[in-house]
Design a protein around this ligand. Structure first.
Ligand code: HEM
Length: 194
C-alpha cells in the first residue's frame, strides 16, 4: 500500500496527473506504437509470415576435416628429391629438412602447403634460414659454418620444436652416397610414395 501511495505521489509530482489518467495515457501510447509500427512490415517478412512454415531442411553433413595421411618413411633422400615434396603434388606429403633430418610437416599444411606463410620451406633444407630467422631463399641450405652461438641456439630450438611436433621420416644424403647405399627397402618406400 505504501508502495502504491509513493508511486501515486511520484506520478502526481512529475506529471501532475492522477495514476489512472497516467496509466491510461501510457496504455494508449503503447497501443498507438504497435498500430503504427504494423504499417512498416517488410514485404518479405509479411510473405514469410503468411506462407506455411518451410519443411524442415535436410542439414548438409559438416565437411570432413582434412586428415593428412600417416607419415611414411622416405629414408635416405637427396636435396633434389626432397623438392618433389614441396606441396606442388597434393598426393605427396609435405617434407622439410632441418640439419639433414627430414620431417613430414603435412599436419602443418596451413604453414607449409601452397599459399601458406612458410610454404617456401617445404621441400627444402631450412637450417640456415631458421637459424638466421631469414626469409631469403639463398639461406635455404644447411650451411652453418659462419653462424654464432645465438644463431645456433635458435636453430636448436627449432629442431627441438620439430622433433616434438612432426615425425622424422628420413635424412638427407648426397647424391654420391645415396647411389652406393640405397637398399631394396628404401627403394620400396620411395616407390610407395610416388
Ligand atoms: C614478422 C615476424 C613473424 C611473425 C609475426 C610470425 C608469426 C608466427 C606465428 C603466429 C606462427 C604460428 C605459431 C603456432 O601456432 O605454433 C608462426 C609459425 C612459424 N614461424 Fe613465424 N613469424 C614471424 C617470422 C618468422 C621468421 C623470420 C621465420 C623463419 C625464417 C619464421 C618461421 C616460422 C615457422 C617455421 C613456423 C611454423 C612452426 C610450426 O611448424 O609449428 N617466422 N610464426
Amino acid at each position: 500500500m505504501a508502495f502504491y501511495s509513493a508511486l501515486a505521489e511520484s506520478i502526481d509530482a512529475y506529471t501532475g496527473l492522477s495514476p489512472v489518467a497516467f496509466f491510461t495515457i501510457v496504455a494508449l501510447m503503447v497501443g498507438v506504437y504497435f498500430l503504427v509500427s504494423g504499417f512498416f512490415v517488410y514485404p518479405e517478412d509479411e510473405a514469410a509470415s503468411k506462407s506455411s512454415p518451410p519443411p524442415p531442411q535436410q542439414q548438409a553433413p559438416p565437411p570432413e576435416p582434412f586428415v593428412p595421411p600417416e607419415p611414411v618413411q622416405v629414408g635416405d633422400i637427396t636435396l633434389e628429391e626432397l623438392q618433389a615434396y614441396n606441396g606442388s603434388d597434393p598426393k605427396k606429403p609435405l617434407l622439410m629438412a632441418i640439419k639433414g633430418q627430414v620431417y613430414d610437416v603435412s599436419i602443418g599444411r596451413l604453414f607449409y602447403g601452397p599459399g601458406g606463410a612458410y610454404s617456401f620451406f617445404a621441400g627444402r633444407e631450412t637450417s640456415r634460414a631458421l637459424a638466421l630467422m631469414s626469409f631469403d631463399p639463398r639461406d635455404l641450405n644447411s650451411d652453418l659454418e659462419d653462424l654464432n652461438e645465438a644463431e645456433l641456439e635458435v636453430l636448436h630450438d627449432w629442431e627441438e620444436k620439430f622433433k616434438e611436433k612432426y615425425v622424422k621420416v628420413g635424412q638427407i644424403v648426397s647424391e654420391k652416397s645415396k647411389d652406393g647405399n640405397e637398399d631394396e627397402n628404401s627403394k620400396q618406400i620411395k616407390e610407395n610414395l610416388e
